[in-house]
Design a protein around this ligand. Sequence first.
Ligand SMILES: Cc1cc2nc3c(=O)[nH]c(=O)nc-3n(C[C@H](O)[C@H](O)[C@H](O)COP(=O)(O)OP(=O)(O)OC[C@H]3O[C@@H](n4cnc5c(N)ncnc54)[C@H](O)[C@@H]3O)c2cc1C
Length: 396
Amino acid sequence: MSSEVEQVPIVVDGDEITDVRFPESQQELAETLRSLQRDGAHALIVGGGTRPAFGNLGGPFEFAISTGKLNRILQYEPDNMTMAVEPGCTILQIREALAANRQSIALDAAHDSRSTIGGAYATGMSGPRRLGGGSLKDWVIGVEVMGPDGVNAKAGGMVVKNVTGFDMMHLHYGALGAFGVVTRLNLKVFPAPTASRSIQLTYDSAEDAHAAAVALLTSQLLPASIVVSNVPSGWQTSVRCDAPAEAIDLLVQRMMDVAARAVAPNATDLTEDGNNALSTFRAVADLATDGAVARLPIRASLQPAALPRLADAGWAVCADVGSGLVYARRPSIESIKDAGIDAFASATWLSLPPHLKADCDVFGPTPEAVQPILRRLKDSFDPKRRLNRGRFALGL
Ligand SMILES: Cc1cc2nc3c(=O)[nH]c(=O)nc-3n(C[C@H](O)[C@H](O)[C@H](O)COP(=O)(O)OP(=O)(O)OC[C@H]3O[C@@H](n4cnc5c(N)ncnc54)[C@H](O)[C@@H]3O)c2cc1C
């Protein structure tokens, strides 16, 4: 087997994995997986390695399997608006290929030159642009996944209207590689907006910023994303607008009017880079630095009261108003009980110091009815716990 063994250390929850394998083909991946069975070993799957903080305490892992060299665009049919990719394609690579045909997907991973599409799918998390563009879950029309026995299973295909067999596309989405290595994704893609703008409005209180955000959300102006965050100058409502170039100025003006009619801001900042509207989300959800990062399900009606309480407890906050999820970051916490407000009882911890992970399931509470189903799935796909052992919900 020509698969290289490179000494690239990967650190997961403080443990270093120095043996990283880079299969370059499906066949090499299958051989690597079969060696797991033969040697009774356990492997961590890694894409770009930007999100190892997310997941339960797992392992130990004898080696890691990187998808870094499984990074080909396998098929791209702009007229059919479909693309098939290997899991190690980076978000940037996909974006650039699509841009050549003025197409796009609304993925805005923090480190797009490293983050892989396989990692994005396995992590199952989208950012605030889900409001306008949907999420990867909605765009995957086919998936191939290789189990720990080295056998590849396929579901879906290359057509947008495609309902056959079990819904494997959703099963593996967000499963954090617990049920196999994703080896191919078939995606539907979209026309790219020709212009983007960021509107950032500053308010004294979370309540005002939130009221402006809700006014935009319930308008008919279709913002691409809306977040409310605490910033040094107060509270900020950040809105991304995507539209055809000839319509963008009018759309932006209408959005600013709607927000100002709800509550007049202290300051308005308008920029031509739509990514600026996502900067506070990126800062809170960035897992590259240490600290505690939580995702909290807080109903929109409860957010105006919850956001200042989080800020008072020392959290940097970003409410994704479109999804009802609030992201919160704090440089350190002593214990999970010390976190601040009731919503932490159902938090998903995107990052947590390893010693605190030992006391909780970072995915938060899994409903009792779902627990036996998840266990049966893991037992069927990976009975010997060879892949990403312990990292998924319930320590699977
Ligand atoms: C806090 C947070 C915020 C995010 N925000 C956004 C956002 O704003 N917009 C957006 O579009 N996306 C967002 N995402 C998703 C993000 O894009 C992906 O997490 C990221 O792209 C993963 O890239 P990676 O290749 O570095 O993954 P890695 O860190 O390498 O892996 C992430 C996880 O996926 C598993 N994995 C990786 N590749 C495979 C594979 N081929 N098969 C099976 N399992 C695999 C790994 O074992 C690991 O558990 C967010 C994720 C998190 C956790």
